[in-house]
Design a protein. Structure first.
Length: 245
């Protein structure tokens, strides 16, 4: 397993997304494996992303730990990354522009087959992958883990959704209350999306993160929910890429 920096710049700021792959892999036609983009939470690009990327490589994919905040912001620690996340949540148009630019850049990397790409994301990253689908970006599927669910304000201006969507949600997540879950279902059904939702009872926010341990804020790791979600996500990705050819 090898990691390769896909460092690039956006308007003079540098971003360090990391490709994780098995260089020995080739399919019967000599192609590189499908690519899964892994989107981070408030902490910025992190070792946790790389760990999920490694698990995806073990399943036969290659994965990119995406950097949405940039090296300068990440270097400022959690206060800087938290402020960056808050800014994007407040300004969803700016988030859409950042997502589009980063996706276009990574899809153009020589190691990547742009026709066989999916995305997964955690917390803020879960919101990001949902917005990638909402804006009609050409991904075969997106998986949101304990993500924020509210749609951006320009709902009527978005393109058709072509990606399949799966959402993994802790029912006791205070950052995505039941009304947001119902609204998301109505939104996706209204747009004709192929979507599914897995909601876990007695489960809080950040249930995929082993370091999450603040139940007073509704943030808590769940070994059971995380295992169930990862197994379902694995089946989902296999289905998406099989459909993509």
């Amino acid at each position: 397993m090898r990691t390769t920096s896909l460092r690039h710049d956006i308007d003079g700021s540098f971003f360090d997304s990391v490709l994780v792959r098995n260089d020995d892999y080739r399919d019967d036609e000599g192609k590189s494996p499908p690519t899964v983009l892994v989107f981070h939470g408030m902490e910025g690009r992190s070792d946790a992303q790389l760990q999920f990327a490694a698990r995806l490589v073990e399943q036969g994919y290659q994965a990119i730990a995406v950097d949405l905040f940039g090296e300068d912001v990440s270097g400022g620690g959690i206060e800087a990354t938290g402020a960056a996340m808050a800014g994007f949540v407040e300004d969803r148009l700016a988030l859409a522009e950042r997502l589009a630019t980063v996706l276009e850049t990574l899809a153009a990397a020589p190691q990547v087959d742009a026709q066989r790409m999916a995305a997964i994301g955690f917390c803020f990253g879960g919101l990001c992958v949902l917005d990638l689908a909402r804006y009609g970006h050409p991904l075969v599927g997106v998986a949101s883990f304990h993500g924020l669910l509210k749609p951006p304000p320009d709902a009527e201006e978005r393109r058709d959704v072509t990606a399949k969507v799966i959402v993994f949600h802790g029912w006791d997540d205070p950052f995505a209350p039941p009304e947001d879950v119902v609204a998301l279902g109505a939104e996706l059904s209204g747009r004709g999306v192929d979507w599914q939702l897995h909601a876990y009872g007695n489960t809080m926010h950040a249930f995929m993160a082993p370091f999450a341990n603040d139940p007073s804020r509704g943030v808590l790791f769940s070994e059971c929910a995380s295992a169930r979600a990862w197994t379902s996500a694995s089946h989902f990705l296999a289905e998406c890429f099989a459909s993509a050819g």
